[in-house]
Design a protein around this ligand. Sequence first.
Ligand SMILES: *Cc1c(COP(=O)(O)O)cnc(C)c1O
Length: 384
Amino acid sequence: MKKIPFNKPIVLGDEFKNILTLKKKCFFSSNGFFTKKIQNWLIQNIDCKDAILTKSCTAALEICALLLRLKKKDEIIFPSYAFVSTANAFAMMGATPVFVDIDEVSLNIDVNKIEKAITKNTKAIVIVHYAGVACDMKKILKIKKKYGLYLIEDAAHAFLSKYKNKYLGSFGDLATFSFHETKNIHCGEGGALLINNKKFIKRSKVIRDKGTNREEFNNNIVKKYTWVDFGSSYALNEINAAFLYAQIKKAKYITKKRINIFNYYKHKFDYLNNSKSFFARLPKIPPYAKYNGHFFYLIVNPRMRDEIINFYKIKKIQTLFHYIPLHSSPFGKKISKKSGDLNVTDLISNSIIRFPTYLGISKNIIDLISIEFKKYLRKLKIQA
Ligand SMILES: *Cc1c(COP(=O)(O)O)cnc(C)c1O
């Protein structure tokens, strides 16, 4: 049998057709035809005030950090169960990360533990919609308002996921997407910054354009462009944007397909819900979350997790663990603070197992993955 990978980046076909059109346009750098098309698509579909394409989600997060004009004493609140870039983008601009635990159901930041982490130095809350599942936005927006904090959504997993009827990425002052090949839609590597707070619009473009007012020059507002602020080379180039546009146009179709895959997994592992002895549980999607099927996972007994991954590896099926908690990482330990205990983060980090979720995975493969899991349980003499 051929190896079944965790991820297979999709290619629909029109990506390379779009890239070839650039030959005639003879324009390959940033802010061209495809970039503008995608930015308009994001503004119209996600319902944000403005959007800019970036080289990566990491780059978009760095723009967020620069927009906040961080000072040495500033603290930013994050879930500890997050990707390195989520916190690193802000730490490298001088702020101190303060890590809060996640809740056991959604695996997102525990909304009941945020307020305890807020001090007079807190500047912003950065949330992650883990696995594409929306955070509890009603409660988070209430806290944001009460303390006058900025809110940033790291929506890297959450393209076209919703909280109730509103797309994620439209709630925070700022929000970021990733178009890395491990995400639902991609261009190899790319990202986007979404802006919902109007005061950030003008400066976000200066930061993207290496700290220059090039955008104003392009729009004939100034005669020459010059160095006006901090910034870097954050814009996506047209070759990647051309690739991405083919997928953006089919994004709703891709999302539907992924949800179908996720639901089929859920159906095949449904027997775990009736299993008498707790050994493994399915994802629990809160009722307010409309999910994009980013990946299917199980929460298993932490003593068995690595053994299960190895068990599948022998069968040539790639399953994966996920984040090492940022508060216990070597660099996190040096520069961050913890708010309260982070027991749920530690537990989930040790018990999650992610299953192959990519467009084109067949029902047969998912059947096989679930049958193998049953076999494994039987070996342990667990009734399933
Ligand atoms: C993938 C990911 C990122 C980084 O995305 P890049 O586009 O690779 O920079 C950031 N945050 C989260 C939650 C991610 O999953």
